[in-house]
Ligand binder design. Sequence first.
Ligand code: ADP
Ligand code: MG
Length: 734
Amino acid sequence: MAIARFKALELAQSRPTVPVKIPSEKVTDFYGSNTFNEEVMRSLLSPEAYLKITNAIEDGKKIDREAADEVAAAMKSWAISKGVTHYTHWFQPLTGTTAEKHDAFFDITGKGKAVEKFKGSALVQQEPDASSFPNGGIRSTFEARGYTAWDPSSPAFIMENVAGTATLCIPSVFVSYTGEALDYKTPLLKSSELIDRAATKVMNEYFNREVSKVTASVGVEQEYFLVDEALYNARPDLMMSGRTVFGHSPAKGQQLEDHYFGSIPPRVNAFMVDFELEALKLGMPVRTRHNEVAPAQFEVAPTFEEANLACDHNALLMDLMNKVASKHKMRVLFHEKPFAGINGSGKHNNWSLATNTGVNLLGPSTKPKENLRFLTFFVNTIKAVHDYADLLRASIATAGNEHRLGANEAPPAIVSIFIGTEMTRVLNDLENLSEMHDIKLEKGDNVYLRLGINKIPALLLDNTDRNRTSPFAFTGNKFEFRAVGSSANSAAPMTILNTIVANQLMQFREEVDVYLEKGIKKELAIVEVLKKYVKQSRKILFEGNGYSEEWAEEAKRRGLPNHKTTPEALKQYLDKSAIELFSKHGIFNEVEMHARYEIEIENYIKKIQIESRVAADLAINHIVSTSLKYQTQLVDNVRGQKEIGIDPQYFAPTIEIIKKISIYTSKINNLVELMTEARKEANNLENIGERAVIYSTTVKEYLEEIRYCVDKLELIVDDDEWPLPKYRELLLIR
Ligand code: ADP
Ligand code: MG
């Protein structure tokens, strides 16, 4: 018998629900209690230091040494009072996970006396041994230094570890000694500043002098799978690559659609309540929880926040979920496609722009004047996505997401925008407006009425139709980038989106100003430019079924890019226009763009390489060996039947099975050999891009072929002997 699998099954089926202690009935009693938030700062800092740090948070002003020392001292005493023993700069290197290096507060003086120490300098900057983080060739090994620097705009927090200890985590950026960004946060912060500048200018010049700041708001809906820990541990492929490389679809998958919004199983519910409690303590506004489409698939969504905070919180939430899951003897799968043939997971990054005066610039209104403002930001976003669709595609290109994009259940690899019937009508009207010089304004005329922009329904929110198949959709008062992978760091796509929209808003201003200089009325000038943008961006607007074959063909006719593979998509980072765009705005310089390309492409190669190795190992050492053993039993059986004179017609089907096992096992042996050869050849290639292409084509094709044979064998070989937990077991036991 396949002992490991059955032991795991037994364990998984007998798990009790882990009880969860709720600290208080009222969330307000503990919300943010593990963060060094405004309230704590106000109570612990002198008014001067408090002011300095508030300025740093709001306007990015530098904090002087004195104030930093005071903040550090306050942080230390606050943390120690909560049982914290260590501190760390918490950052997001390009590995895709978060990084920490814990230092003790505790120190020894020269005289051997123990003291608790944490200076402003340690708060502000640290030098982790950075040589083991990806850098895309930026740092040569002899200059393997980098530093992390405190980001005061994201509150420090306490992460509870196992065994009751806890660490003070200080959100930080991570840069090389030569100043290049080595993380996700640095460019995001730069892009937030950029869009603030660009959008505030547009507001001030055309709509409202009072606005002094515009922030990008982001709300990240996070999908994930949950499987029992014992079953997970019995699947080396899940453990090593995050996805199953083999597994036949279960008889009951998602076809009954009974899981979506169904009741949440008790063990899962306990896990959700638990991680949400911890998230709330860390000041993350988690709100919704529900089942997703596939069995064992779920979603969590917090309320939207300022982009930097939202992206930090999403990364932290993923960390937290991993930790809490292990307490509940479960594993969270953030992989975009852990199970072939079953719905994949993504993030939906909801994005909008908000002014410091409390206005959502992507929210339509009942007032015509405000609607011109809305249309301005709405159309400019569409134009930006139209012009830089390639970059958005590149920002979400990974090995995991490649399985999902273009598969028949996720937004396709073609970037298009869905805006709903109402907004389609509004844009049609706008485009069909007569030329500006034909609009004769009489004294007392209502310019908005004449322009036809008095007709936008105020409550789009309720009547925007939903189109689940669109990778980029307008949903009433925000755009939703849905093609982001579930394991991604949200900051990467948000950096791109902020940058391209900011760039577009700057261009918009230049074009409007040309008309203004000619003495044309402001409203008419704005409408004229928007009208042109609608015309120019037409081809990216698509309201139909994004999953259909017809759309792929239609998109091709329209000339929209369709980069199906990761290496193809990532190449856009090296495009001259992309490098120009990012260096012009100081988001990435050319060196950083190349580094990012290299890191992402290297990640890609490594991931497929791991999958390929683990698949080869499982195929040969688990599947082929088990299948041959079973085949021997069948051969013995047939021989026995013959011996006692059974009519051959009755064991002919068994002989067929024996043959099939021979066919599939020999195929697997050959394919594994060929796949290993292909990897070798690829690895010998000097050019990393070319290497990645071999992985994305030849190696992946072998993986698919091997999988086909293994999945066939799963249907033949005695269930008692099958070594790997099956899909039905992974997905339905909880
Ligand atoms: P859905 O119907 O798509 O699930 P929800 O209203 O539940 O939409 O919102 C999904 C996510 O979008 C949440 O994280 C929510 O906070 C966020 N969101 C709502 N409004 C905005 C906005 N103006 N800007 C950015 N994110 C938003
Ligand atoms: Mg949504």
